[in-house]
Design a binder for this molecule. Structure first.
Ligand code: PCA
Length: 213
């Protein structure tokens, strides 16, 4: 099995993005699967074009994208991407779409196609906090969650894809009192555990990852 793992570059005025930093630390194989690492720009559409090119080049079985969710306390495995770009801040090219579809010809939403419950369970089994997230927001991370699924559905049927949001690093919150963070080595371990679950899980496990609000 071949897994393309993508990480975003820094955005929103931060000098570093734990997404690409943690991706860079991943080993070249996990549970026998070959890991291909790719940095992508925090830019609507250009992020997807970069991934599309890499899919054509490497022919991965799975595309797993990683993004920073500053303010979240744990590793969150996303369930769904929606067909809506609504930028609270401009992307790294200055684009700020408001209520624009990711793909005008796409459905309202796509569920990811990786075993999200098994991924959360395996991360937690390494004593690292993790949960399911039922929204990836409306910025570039949701754009990629949705957009990769649309690209796969229309151009590369059979490939699977998913998205994981990760917290800030401690160094990003030294002046943000009360803001949660997670050390880079733990984030990297969590990603390894998530990928291990993708490789070894045939059918996702039935445990709740729901939320009442
Ligand atoms: N996080 C942003 C985009 C890039 C990233 O790492 C997001 O959550 O949309």
């Amino acid at each position: 099995m071949k897994i393309l793992v993508t990480g975003f570059d820094p955005f929103g005025g931060e000098p570093i993005n734990p997404a690409i930093e943690s991706v860079k630390l991943l080993p070249d194989t996990i549970a026998g699967a070959e890991i291909i690492k790719l940095e992508i720009p925090t830019v609507f559409h250009r992020s997807l074009q970069t991934i599309d090119k890499a899919i054509a080049q490497y022919d991965p079985d799975v595309i797993l994208s990683i993004g920073q969710a500053g303010g979240r306390p744990d590793i969150t495995v996303e369930r769904i991407g929606i067909n809506c770009d609504d930028g609270r801040i401009p992307d790294n090219d200055g684009n700020q779409p408001i209520d624009v579809p990711v793909f005008a010809d796409g459905p309202a939403a796509y569920f990811v196609t990786v075993p999200i419950k098994a991924m959360v369970a395996n991360i937690q089994s390494k004593q690292i906090p993790a949960s399911i997230s039922n929204t990836a927001g409306t910025y570039v991370c949701n754009h990629v969650t949705y957009g990769v699924r649309h690209i796969v559905e229309t151009k590369y049927p059979g490939k699977r894809s998913g998205f994981i949001h990760i917290p800030y690093l401690p160094q990003q919150v030294v002046d943000k009192k009360g803001m949660p963070s997670m050390p880079l080595d733990l984030i990297e371990k969590a990603l390894e555990a998530a990928i291990e679950a993708i490789v070894t899980t045939k059918e996702d496990i039935k445990i709740t990852g729901g939320a009442t609000h």
